[in-house]
Ligand binder design. Structure first.
Ligand SMILES: O=C(O)c1cc(C(=O)O)c2c(n1)C(=O)C(=O)c1cc(C(=O)O)[nH]c1-2
Length: 244
């Protein structure tokens, strides 16, 4: 029997999921941030991660499409323009492509996802389906990994600038921008969930949604590790680094 938690107990339970399961704990990230990867492995990470970047505005549009609450739509809308851009600002996806350009990857190839691992495509598609099909509360809750993103972004900016001569401020600008954007989004989603998960069942659904999302992120790094680090079995058709 699950009992009703107070909103603060629910928050503590969600933060525990992050502390135990967020992808900052994955060995691939330790290698990436610690300067232990070669350029080809960093290229593989950036190219695969494009699958995640490209799906984010689509899943946010899916969330909004089924949302009756105008106030929530008003709050959520900027998540789409943060990534797709609006007016002068070309947005996060463009900033991601500046990163892949800087790493020497061809834009059309990156955007085609042809070289991405199947797991990157499957996991990100699973996220989009989750948001489109589960309750609105679960859809909002699945974004809560962003509570833990600023920590990993700071670690990535300093670690990659320090360790890789092919990374500079311009190439890493995506993450700098997310440092301003993510905390506001995460705080809003957390307050929404604390207010709207009113039954023990809903609270468990919210925790399960966040757990699902940590799996989406973790699975992608497992696949990268297997293909590009150890044992280094690159699947047929996937990106093969040429230089070092
Ligand atoms: O680099 C990362 O580790 C990381 C993680 C996450 C996340 O925790 O889902 C996001 C981002 N970055 C990110 O840049 C981003 O725009 C973003 C949006 C979302 C989301 O679920 O709506 N997560 C994340």
């Amino acid at each position: 029997m699950t009992t009703l938690m107070s909103p603060d107990e629910l928050e503590a339970a969600l933060r525990k999921v992050g502390a135990e399961r967020y992808h900052n704990l994955h060995p691939f990230h330790h290698l990436l941030h610690g300067g232990k990867l070669n350029k080809g492995q960093v290229q593989a990470w950036a190219l695969n991660r494009y699958c995640y970047q490209s799906i984010i505005p689509q899943k946010d549009a899916a969330l909004m499409a089924r949302c009756e609450d105008r106030e929530l739509r008003r709050e959520w809308l900027h998540r789409i323009t943060d990534h797709d851009g609006y007016g002068e600002d070309l947005g996060g996806i463009e900033r991601w492509l500046v990163l892949t350009d800087g790493l020497g990857l061809d834009r059309d190839y990156v955007m085609s996802k042809r070289g991405a691992l199947a797991t990157s495509r499957f996991a990100t598609e699973a996220y989009r389906h989750f948001v489109a099909e589960k309750t609105l509360l679960e859809a909002v809750a699945s974004s809560l990994t962003e509570l833990f993103a600023p920590g990993i972004h700071k670690e990535r900016i300093s670690g990659m600038l320090e360790h890789y001569d092919f990374i500079d401020e311009k190439v890493i600008a995506y993450f700098k921008r997310r440092l301003d954007q993510a905390p506001k989004d995460a705080d809003f989603a957390l307050e929404y969930v604390k207010k709207n998960a009113k039954t023990p069942e809903q609270q468990q659904q919210v925790i399960a949604a966040l757990t699902f999302k940590t799996d989406v992120l973790w699975a992608q790094l497992d696949a990268l590790y297997f293909a590009y680090v150890d044992p280094g079995f690159i699947p047929p058709g996937a990106f093969r680094p040429t230089g070092k």
